[in-house]
Ligand binder design. Structure first.
Ligand SMILES: [Zn+2]
Length: 395
């Protein structure tokens, strides 16, 4: 049943429809009462209809599943059409289930086999600051300062669960979100958190602009076949609409803490006592640039340009769900599904130059425009003095 239909609502509508058909039920004193007590209704319902579940609110639904199920319900179509719809839907659900099962297995592997490391990565919805417990209504008519979050989770279960590193990109240090940002942060993670010689298993969502593109595949190929930093790499994309994975739960904890507190500027999010790390012991944080020390943790790099020169475009990539890269040879193995056989795909460009010393060029963020700085100055009046600079300027 849909989430709006709670058992209580069902009870009320049962009482109403009983009254309409049979007239009001009166007690000994002549006062109207419900035809059955809530307790009895509840007991009866749980005994007779325990298989009917009320959907929880806020669950993410798959667009494809919703549409097809709706078609089946409303369909005036013939039996044959309905069978086709049902068969496609079953296939889609099986794919999603199998991909999920493989993900669960991979997460288990990482605890047992030392040579393998399983990570998953994703962007969260950006944070808007200042975030105040008493938000002035004027805030809704202005655009607050945006802080992008990108999380990379190590799926290995420690005593504190899986650990996620959350990259925070303050608005003034942004470049266009895409392969250059994703690969820069992944590259930072691999060099700082993964030992050389590991077998990497990476999970990402299907977004073509961020992850599902020739560049991420090219980057992993570069790290395996050229740099030989990784012994091998496997890249998995969960099935569209069924992509809930570890980063989402870390983002959830982080955002819950964020909403509970005042957050004047990025400073409140950072450090041991900052919002991100106090949200959970397994949420770690790293900013592009630390506002206190001035230390810049990493530099954006033009990976797109760098990889384009070396690796081929990947036609058909939209249907790939499994990609495996080994150190030998010039091909990678790809498959549209976890259950289907892998096929070879030549990844190197024809005129590939093996120059492993060259590095991708550094990209410098443009910083806030004068106009944007002026807009942001409005918010200064709501924050403590030592935060003002981080609310309205490029620091
Ligand atoms: Zn679905």
């Amino acid at each position: 049943m849909p989430s709006v239909f709670t058992l209580n609502k069902l009870f009320k509508s049962f009482c109403e429809s009983y009254r309409e058909t049979n007239g009001p039920v009166l007690d000994k004193k002549g006062k109207e009462k419900s035809p059955i007590s809530w307790g009895k209704f509840h007991d009866y319902w749980s005994k007779q209809y325990s298989c009917i579940k009320v959907l929880k609110k806020k669950t993410d639904f798959c667009e494809y599943c919703c549409k097809e199920q709706e078609k089946l319900k409303n369909s005036s179509s013939n039996e044959e059409e309905r069978e086709i719809i049902q068969a496609n839907l079953d296939m889609h659900l099986k794919e999603a289930k199998d991909a999920r099962a493989a993900y669960t297995d991979h997460r288990r592997i990482t605890a047992l086999e030392d040579g393998k490391i399983v990570i998953s990565m994703d962007y969260a919805e950006c944070l808007m600051i200042p975030q105040l417990q008493n938000t002035p209504s004027t805030f809704y008519f202005k655009t607050r300062r945006k802080i992008d979050i990108f999380g990379i989770s190590n799926e290995r279960e420690t005593e504190n669960g899986s650990i996620q590193l959350n990259f925070l990109i303050d608005e003034c240090f942004k470049i266009k979100k895409g392969p250059n940002t994703v690969i820069t942060m992944l590259d930072y993670y691999i060099h700082n958190y993964i030992q050389e010689g590991k077998h990497l298993i990476l999970y990402a969502d299907n977004c073509p602009a961020h992850n599902k593109n020739q560049f991420l595949i090219g980057y992993l190929t570069f790290m395996v076949k050229i740099k030989k930093f990784l012994a091998s790499a496997e890249l998995y994309f969960l099935i569209v609409g069924h992509t809930k994975f570890t980063p989402d739960s870390h983002f959830g904890t982080l955002k819950k803490e964020f909403k509970k507190n005042n957050c004047f500027s990025i400073k409140d999010l950072l450090g041991k006592n900052g919002i991100v790390e106090s949200s959970a012991v397994n949420n770690k944080v790293i900013p592009y640039k630390d506002p206190e020390s001035g230390l810049q943790n990493f530099q954006w790099r033009n990976w797109k340009n760098f990889l384009e020169k070396r690796f081929r475009n990947c036609p058909g990539i939209s249907s790939w769900h499994v990609i495996k890269i080994h150190q030998d040879g010039s091909t990678i193995q790809v498959s549209p599904s976890i259950n289907k056989p892998l096929e070879d795909f030549t990844i190197f460009n024809k005129d590939f130059i093996n120059d492993s010393l060259e590095e991708p060029e550094v990209l410098i963020p443009e910083g806030l425009s004068l106009q944007r700085e002026m807009e942001l100055q409005y918010f200064e009046q709501f924050v403590e003095d030592n935060h003002k600079k981080y609310v309205s300027t490029t620091y």
